[in-house]
Design a binder for this molecule. Structure first.
Ligand code: CMP
Length: 138
């Protein structure tokens, strides 16, 4: 059993697609064992995405992520990190496989509907950014 951090981005909440995306997650065998809807401040988005701070898209990314509500989640399942990345699809929806969340829902590489941790190690760090142990009911 593994855990990963998921964020449903502002393009999902704006279009009322939280349930639709959660359906994809649960159909893939992942369990949502913690979930909270929040509105990130610009500073919180900058802190969360600090690893990307040298990238050209950093400012736009953080502005977008703080532009509306997001849903932060902990997902649990076998191989959860890799399994979630598989059903999310490629970062750029234009390159995402058919049937993936980003292919079916994303608007652009920036408004790409979902974030998922990219490694087991980062999953631990990202989960701890948003959740305490008491919030997580596995
Ligand atoms: P995410 O998995 O949340 O991690 C960083 C995000 O930066 C990524 O998804 C994209 O939404 C966003 N982003 C915007 N522009 C780019 C780009 N050119 N390359 C990679 N990621 C980008």
């Amino acid at each position: 059993m593994q855990r990963t951090l998921s964020i449903l981005k502002p393009d999902v909440t704006r279009r009322n697609l939280t349930g639709a995306v959660n359906g994809r997650i649960e159909s893939a065998g992942l369990r949502i064992i913690a979930q909270r809807r929040i509105h990130l401040s610009l500073e919180q988005a900058q802190q969360f995405y600090a690893v990307h701070q040298e990238r050209s898209f950093f400012n736009d990314l953080c502005t977008f992520m703080s532009s509306g509500p997001v849903v932060v989640q902990v997902l649990q399942g076998e191989n959860a990190v890799e399994q979630y990345r598989k059903i999310m699809g490629a970062t750029n929806p234009a390159n995402a496989d058919e049937g993936t969340i980003r292919r079916d829902f994303a608007e652009s590489i920036e408004a790409n509907s979902v974030h998922g941790s990219d490694s087991f190690e980062n999953a631990g760090i990202e989960i701890a950014f948003f959740f305490s142990q008491m919030d997580i009911v596995g």
